[in-house]
Write a protein that binds this ligand. Structure first.
Ligand SMILES: *Cc1c(COP(=O)(O)O)cnc(C)c1O
Length: 465
């Protein structure tokens, strides 16, 4: 492609993006496409000859947007948000344009050094102490897997990578019943096996794991000849925002010399507001903490901030240095591929730099505080509505509700709401019964979207009866 053509279509792509975002308010949040529609719209065979961009772009506009669920929609209240603030999108354009592979310092010094600085900004922004180092992982799932591999290797005297796991005692990891499924998968992939993921029951208003039961479980395992290796705590569980008592968990971990990883993938962003930090007090004693700037903070996907107290332990677990990756006479530089699972890395720090500089931490705090306030407002209105029951009170910007005494209809209501399209919600289960989750977090959201949400829920409920 010649430069003038490249420029023309790059501008078109930017224009499309802006028009797309501007138009979201009037679109249904969830895609209305039927399974197979998009697949069938694409030809069976790849073309032998090239096509003009004009044609490719027109097909894109015809086929793709209708098949998208609009994550940047102001009334996306499902799952957790995955914001991509315009400032971070612009940075991503630049990153894609430069297209560097940032595995080593030498292969992209600016990406490496900006990553170091941006992770310091984020660390200080969320109030972690300065003895944490940071690295950007592609996802919280990867960060959690890395942390669990460190737990494993640390407990095995760094020999597991060499000797494998057979013949040794069972390695045991502890987590509450509220942790994300990425913890289960990390336990699979690390060879520890989910039979050795010990689930500690939760209790209390914010549904943290019971510290006494945690301590008892560890002691019972020691008596049984097992090898406890670490604890995964959560701040802001996916289903209902559950938060473990991190201080208590860390204290028990230290007693038994266990490694602690805190999964705050969603809630971590809210810690830029000091008033939320009580939810993870004690976190300064953890060994590893992950949160996703690509969720609530506004950095476009993917961008997961992983903080570790001892990066040497992470490198000891993950780094490998075949000859072709050795860099000569560059002592003192960081090669971030030694801190993460994949070798290849994108330049993800640039979007954090753009995002934080554009909004400032205060600007980001304002957005998050509004989301929390609006969530509480909607919760209060639903609480005062006949026939609706609040199942879990708001933790940050997440609560759940259901129709009183009618589980079947609660599930039908979620589907009706999502077909209606004004808002998008997802369901969960609380004590075996369905509940509807609501979480505010879109950067495009306005206060009036709460009224639309309430109205949509009421209209759909009425239509069901
Ligand atoms: C979203 C989420 C994850 C998974 O994050 P990925 O970056 O998609 O791997 C893990 N834990 C919690 C609590 C989450 O909210």
């Amino acid at each position: 492609m010649k430069s003038d053509e490249f420029e023309h279509w790059a501008c078109k792509a930017a224009e499309f993006t802006v028009a797309y975002r501007d138009g979201l308010n009037d679109m249904p949040v969830r895609s209305r496409t039927q399974p197979g529609d998009i697949y069938k719209a694409l030809p069976k065979a790849p073309p032998d000859t090239g096509s003009p961009m004009e044609e490719i772009f027109a097909d894109f506009e015809r086929i793709v947007p209708p098949g998208m669920t609009h994550w940047q929609h102001p009334r996306f209240f499902a799952y957790f948000p995955s914001n991509a603030a315009p400032a971070s999108v612009i940075a991503e354009y630049l990153v894609t344009g430069m297209a560097a592979q940032c595995m080593l310092w030498q292969t992209s010094p600016a990406a490496t050094e900006m990553e170091t600085r941006m992770l310091e900004w984020l660390r200080d922004g969320i109030g972690l102490p300065s003895d944490f180092a940071g690295v950007i992982q592609d996802s919280a799932s990867s960060a959690t897997l890395a942390a669990i591999l460190v737990m494993r290797e640390r407990a095995l005297g760094w020999a597991g990578n060499t000797t494998g796991l057979s013949g040794g005692p069972c390695l045991r990891v502890y987590a509450s019943s509220e942790v994300h499924s990425s913890i289960d998968r990390a336990i699979w992939f690390s060879g520890i096996g989910t039979d050795n993921l010990v689930r500690i029951p939760t209790s209390g208003a914010i549904r943290g794991m019971d510290p006494d039961l945690l301590d008892q479980a560890i002691r019972a395992d020691l008596n049984a000849g097992h090898k406890p290796v670490g604890i995964v705590a959560c701040t802001g569980g996916t289903s209902n925002g559950a938060c473990d008592d991190i201080a208590a968990v860390v204290k028990i971990a230290k007693t038994h010399d266990l490694y602690t990883h805190v999964d705050a993938a969603w809630a971590g962003a809210a810690m830029i507001c000091p008033e939320n930090r009580h939810l993870w007090s004690g976190v300064e004693g953890a060994d590893s903490v992950v949160f996703n700037p690509h969720k609530w903070l506004g950095a476009s996907f993917d961008c997961s901030a992983h903080f570790i107290r001892d990066p040497q332990a992470l490198r000891r677990t993950l780094a490998i240095q075949p000859e072709y990756l050795r860099t000569l006479d560059q002592d003192g530089v960081t090669n971030y591929s030694e801190w993460s699972l994949p070798l290849g890395r994108r330049f993800r720090a640039l979007k954090i730099w753009f995002l934080i500089r554009y909004h400032g931490l205060d600007g980001l705090r304002d957005i998050i505080r509004k989301h929390i306030e609006w969530t509480h407002m909607l919760c209060a209105r639903l609480r005062n509505t006949e026939g609706i029951e609040i199942v879990t009170d708001p933790i940050l910007a997440l609560f759940s509700f259901r129709l009183e005494n009618d589980d079947d209809k609660t599930l039908k209501l979620v589907e009706a709401i999502n077909n209606d399209g004004r808002i998008y919600l997802t369901q969960t289960k609380m004590s075996g019964r369905p509940a509807i989750r609501f979480t505010a977090g879109s950067f495009a959201m306005q206060a009036s979207d709460i009224d639309i949400a309430y109205q949509a829920i009421m209209d759909c409920r009425k239509a069901l009866s």
